[in-house]
Design a binder for this molecule. Structure first.
Ligand SMILES: [Zn+2]
Length: 240
């Protein structure tokens, strides 16, 4: 049974290594996904901002045109003012000029507000463009990294899997299945030592009779509490 235990711990070491590699890979790909999402979000925001800015520029041009037209009208009306002698017509025209001036002032105010807004969004566009460039570079780097890791892992996995299968073939099929089930359910620890009478998987004290049996290596024993496969390992401190 010592041999069987040795095979099981060997199998466990390989399985743990495989598991660690998978977790590492998952971490890197999670980072790639996160960066990808960020890049897409920033790109969308940037596009939206640019579209709004283009529309705002058109609106500004339209306002400028209206303003210029208003000024021409005011000039013309003022010229006519100097030619009119009739008091009532004079008053009416004067009023028209006032109305036009007020309207132009409103347009000017709106134009100024739009210019301020445009300055702000230009700053935000620059900021976002830079952030996007940085994130794209980081994404590219992470993608390169993951490709490298996958390649490295693939080569290692081929060797490790072969070793695993060779080893697994030597272990009793029922025991192997049980081992695999415990490995999955107990966080990658299926075969653990009993040290100073305590299961190193769950820290429970093993009943003395079972502990004696485990030390004899005559059969495979399981922890009554966590069901892990147990083997005896002398406690060096207490023996010293
Ligand atoms: Zn246990």
């Amino acid at each position: 049974m010592r041999e069987e235990i040795k095979r099981l711990t060997g199998l466990q070491a390989i399985d743990q290594e495989l598991r660690t590699q998978e977790l590492e890979l998952a971490k890197v790909s999670a980072r790639v996904d996160e960066l990808q999402a960020r890049v897409e979000q920033t790109a969308a925001e940037l596009e939206q901002l640019k579209t709004a800015e283009r529309e705002s520029a058109l609106a500004r041009r339209e306002l400028e045109r209206t303003l210029a037209e208003g000024e021409v009208q005011i000039r013309n009306k003022r010229m006519r003012l100097s030619l009119i002698k009739n008091e009532r017509e004079l008053q009416a025209l004067g009023h028209e000029v006032e109305v036009l001036k007020e309207s132009n002032q409103r347009i000017e105010a709106e134009l100024l507000a739009r210019m301020d807004g445009s300055e702000q969004s230009a700053a935000r566009i620059t900021e976002l463009s830079e952030a996007l460039e940085r994130d794209r570079a980081a994404l590219k780097q992470a993608q390169k990294e993951i490709a490298g890791q996958i390649e490295e892992m693939r080569t290692r996995l081929v060797t490790r899997r072969r070793e695993r299968e060779e080893l697994a073939a030597l272990i009793d099929a029922n025991l192997r299945q049980r081992y695999e089930m415990i490995f999955e359910r107990r966080g990658g620890y299926a075969v653990v030592a009993v040290k100073a009478g305590t299961c190193q998987g769950c820290r429970m004290r093993i009943p003395p009779q079972l502990f004696n049996q485990i030390q004899r290596f005559e059969a495979i024993h399981f922890c009554p509490n966590c069901q892990r496969i147990l083997y005896y390992e002398p406690n060096k401190e207490s023996e010293a």
